[in-house]
Design a protein around this ligand. Structure first.
Ligand SMILES: [Zn+2]
Length: 148
């Protein structure tokens, strides 16, 4: 039998899946400092992306390394107990992530993925944010040209 009751486990799961995690907050505040404004957790898009720029057809997903099975990442090691349970869960999430990504692609959305371990690395985060800011500015100028 599991040592963790199913009730406790679903509580753990909810905690892992919760929105507004620390990595997500780090990414959001970095974008905000760059003067970018966005919407959060847009339910009408596949997978309810964390950060959305509808006008520029851009979404940013901040992914927990464990929950989304980040390959070769120290944060993504499977727990020692209930191994098959977690393996299945994480596999299912990875499949769902892939499906959401391809649906976004079909909708002509650009998706940036930032892993938890990347968000926690300040140098990496700065570089990634720069890439995103550049993408948004390029899109902006294209839209402005169209408006003329
Ligand atoms: Zn990771």
């Amino acid at each position: 039998m599991d040592t963790v009751s199913s009730k406790q486990r679903s509580k753990n799961m909810a905690a892992i899946r919760s929105k507004n995690t620390l990595p997500e907050k780090l990414v959001r505040s970095a974008l905000f400092k760059e003067g970018l404004r966005y919407r959060l957790h847009v339910k009408t898009l596949p997978g309810t992306p964390d950060i959305v720029f509808k006008k520029f057809k851009l979404v940013i997903d901040v992914r927990g390394c464990f929950w989304h099975g980040h390959a070769n990442c120290k944060y993504s090691s499977t727990p020692k107990s209930n191994v098959s349970y977690w393996t299945k869960k994480i596999e299912r999430n990875a499949i769902r992530d892939k499906r959401n990504s391809s649906q976004l692609k079909t909708m002509k959305y650009k998706q940036f993925i930032i892993w938890e371990c990347e968000a926690k690395n300040p140098q990496f985060l700065v570089r990634k944010i720069k890439t995103i800011v550049k993408y948004v500015k390029d899109k902006k100028s294209v839209l402005e040209l169209k408006d003329r």
